[in-house]
Design a protein around this ligand. Structure first.
Ligand code: ATP
Length: 197
């Protein structure tokens, strides 16, 4: 099975590319979805979080209280490290499990925002990077979400740089153009990946 990692900075267009490939019948493993799955009630990560951060981060219905947890890690960098130590290995394991279990798809794509930052490239045959300018990232995220320039900038500063991501790429999607140009590149990428299967 050809394993394809898909990444890009916030608002670069990863999800749009992932959806385009999924529409062609390709299995897409979604790291953001997995990050939500691993903290569902009954999961070991949630009991671990409750143990470390206390019952105040669990809602009455048993779900993780994301805003309570966010407040804790915002004001305490060591809490952030502790949370990441609980989540990251579990997310990583589940992503790789789902990638390895993918059958009945010509190739499998894993949409991983922090692929470059978390040393995933070795697990993939191809690394597709969706690239656009930082100004476009800000503009597109603002059009999609209620976020300020500062919030977006803070996230971009916590992510790899454009150069770091591009250095890890085997395939680059240039998303500095319009959605039509992106669509054409998704078609081309699909053809390229199929030719490698
Ligand atoms: P995130 O990391 O924040 O989840 P992402 O990399 O998955 O973002 P998308 O959600 O695919 O990015 O795209 C961000 C927003 O920009 C979406 O609303 C999308 O429709 C829009 N967008 C993507 N590409 C273009 C483009 N070429 N022109 C205009 N808008 C675009």
């Amino acid at each position: 099975m050809l394993k394809v990692g898909l990444t890009g900075g916030i608002g670069s267009g990863k999800s749009t590319v992932a959806k385009g490939l999924q529409a062609k019948g390709i299995t897409v493993v979604d790291a953001d979805q997995i990050a939500r799955d691993v903290v569902q009630p009954g999961e070991s990560a949630l009991s671990e979080i409750a143990k470390v951060f206390g019952p105040e981060v669990i809602q009455a219905d048993g779900q993780l209280d994301r805003s309570a947890l966010k407040k804790r890690i915002f004001s305490d960098p060591s809490a952030k490290t502790q949370l990441e130590a609980i989540l990251h290995p579990r997310i990583r394991q589940r992503i790789l499990e789902q990638v390895n279990n993918a059958t009945e798809t010509p190739y499998v794509v894993a949409d991983i925002p922090l692929l470059v930052e978390s040393n995933y490239p070795e697990h993939f045959d191809r690394v597709v990077v969706v690239d656009c300018t930082e100004a476009q990232q800000v503009e597109r995220v603002k059009a999609r979400d209620e976020m300020s320039d500062e919030q977006i900038q803070r996230i971009m500063d916590s992510q790899a740089t454009r150069q770091q991501r591009l250095a890890a790429a085997t395939d680059i999607i240039d998303n500095t153009g319009d959605l039509d140009s992106l669509k054409k590149q998704i078609e081309k990428l699909h053809e390229t990946l199929l030719s490698l299967v």
